[in-house]
Ligand binder design. Structure first.
Ligand code: SF4
Length: 80
């Protein structure tokens, strides 16, 4: 599964960090989401899915949702 964070949408709520603190953090200057790891182990999958669901601002876009053999996270800070 691939998850892209569209950081321009981030409103710095911190919900993703609460759900998956080993994967997400928030930039110190403005609270925008940052990645702690781009290839978390699969035991983080459920927490990442919870973070995606908890985000109030639809920051995360999931691709290849059926492929659960690996987990890849990326940041996209361009306006989409
Ligand atoms: S839950 Fe969404 S809006 Fe809140 S910090 Fe994380 S990415 Fe940003």
């Amino acid at each position: 599964m691939k998850v892209t964070a569209l950081t321009n949408r981030c409103i710095a709520s911190g919900a993703c960090v609460l759900a998956a603190s080993q994967v997400f953090t928030q930039r110190e200057s403005d609270g925008v989401v940052e990645l702690l790891q781009e290839h978390p182990s699969l035991d983080q999958l459920q927490k990442v899915q919870q973070a995606v669901a908890a985000c109030p601002s639809q920051v995360f876009v999931m691709e290849e949702e059926d492929d659960l053999s690996e987990l890849t996270l990326t940041i996209n800070d361009q306006d989409m």
